[in-house]
Design a protein around this ligand. Structure first.
Ligand code: NAD
Ligand code: ZN
Length: 363
């Protein structure tokens, strides 16, 4: 089993990330370790609840743990006030108190929503992340950021609330549709681009066909790849919990990515948008930070070979630029950009000209 310790200052804030195939069947052991005698509520979306909800609750009950399942609709729209307040009411009706423990069983939507709920319910109760999408395993479940959306935009309300434990079982991915796998894969590749050349080599070598195998037969390699991506996110967020400079390198590919996502009305999935954003950032890195053209091509080839897009479909250039203008990190006609000096080494570039992006969109 792979074990990563996230050490943060303060009481009850450090936690372990455990990774191993089949770990979901030992959730009872690990829950009782972080929280003796817990009264547990497992939060899931409708699909994940159908696949794994009753099994998880039964496992806990067999151990003598009082456990119940709370289900919300699938999708981003569940990160909302109405869903949140319904969950609060259900917890109260069912007798939850300060000693209760929440388990987020699902993708990033469930992790963000449950983490936020845990952070405000009775001024904060503990929670555990059990991510079931690749994106949540390598990204959303780690770092303690929680959020819900508002009509005015995504993730506008949230907290920092660290989980007591993150339990990653790659076997959840057996049921994850290909497009969702690719969505998470973009963040795995990002981790390699910013910090881990070996991870990139694994992905372009033996890992290249891994994701096309629906049975995910090479579980050892799968765990190794996920573990490396997790370790990078865990290390960066432990060094910089609340998004100072260091954490910004995790935004590689995200400046253009977010703008594309927004301009498409969120029809382009996050991972696809980030892949295109990374392809752009590879090009910009050649011009601005001395990445060699050969490395940029190698990077783009990796994205392509994993089934990720490199160029946006016909989006309105004005809309993409409009979305970029609203970027929080913009100053006049420059943007703070995360670029690469070489594959595996990111740098913060404070003044990338906006014209470069508009040229890229035109190309
Ligand atoms: P998601 O939670 O909506 O899951 C995607 C889909 O996969 C859902 O329909 C879900 O029902 C289904 N699913 C989940 N696990 C499954 C499984 N094992 N088998 C079959 N189907 C399964 O989306 P996501 O991509 O996991 O997460 C996106 C969210 O994460 C966004 O809201 C984003 O803002 C958030 N996020 C948060 C952070 C953070 O640091 N807190 C970081 C990145 C993303
Ligand atoms: Zn992302």
């Amino acid at each position: 089993m792979k074990e990563i310790f996230v050490q943060l200052p303060g009481q009850d804030r450090s936690y372990r990330i455990l990774l191993e195939a089949g770990l979901r069947f030992r959730l009872d052991d690990y829950l009782t370790q972080v929280c003796p005698n817990p009264r547990v509520w497992v939060v899931s979306d409708a699909l994940v609840a159908r696949l794994y909800g009753s099994g998880t609750v039964a496992l806990l009950k067999n151990r003598g743990i009082q456990a119940s399942l709370l289900t919300v609709p699938r999708g981003e729209k569940s990160k909302s006030w109405p869903v949140l307040s319904r969950l609060v009411c259900q917890l109260l009706e069912q007798g939850a108190d300060r000693q209760s423990l929440l388990v987020a069983l699902g993708g990033g939507v469930i992790g963000d929503l449950t983490g936020f709920l845990a952070s405000i319910f009775m001024r904060g109760i503990p929670f555990v992340q059990v991510p079931t999408t690749l994106l949540a395993m390598v990204d959303a479940a780690i770092g303690g950021k929680t959020a819900i959306n508002l009509p005015a935009g995504k993730n506008l309300i949230g907290t920092f609330h660290q989980p007591r434990l993150v339990l990653i079982d790659p076997e959840f991915l057996l049921t994850l549709p290909a497009r969702e796998r690719r969505n998470g894969l973009a963040e795995v590749i990002k981790a390699g681009f910013i910090h881990d050349l070996d991870l990139l080599e694994m992905l372009s070598g033996p890992g290249q066909t891994l994701w096309r195998d629906r049975q995910l037969r090479n579980r050892g390699l799968l765990a190794e790849i996920i573990g490396r991506a997790v370790a990078i996110k865990a290390r960066v967020v432990a060094e910089d919990e609340k998004e100072g400079d260091r954490r910004r390198i995790l935004n590689f590919g995200h400046t253009v990515g977010h703008a594309l996502e927004k301009a498409s009305g969120f029809k382009i999935k996050h991972g696809e948008a980030v892949a295109m954003g990374m392809a752009a950032a590879l090009d910009f890195s050649v011009e601005l930070t001395g990445l060699s053209p050969a490395e940029a091509s190698q990077g783009k080839e990796l994205l392509r070979s994993q089934g990720l897009p490199l160029r946006p479909p016909s989006l309105s250039r004005e809309e993409v630029l409009g979305a970029l203008q609203m970027d929080k990190k913009r100053q006049a006609d420059h943007l703070v950009f995360i670029l690469l000096r070489r594959l595996g080494e990111a740098v913060i570039y404070p003044k990338a000209p906006l014209t470069m992006i508009s040229d890229w969109l035109r190309a």
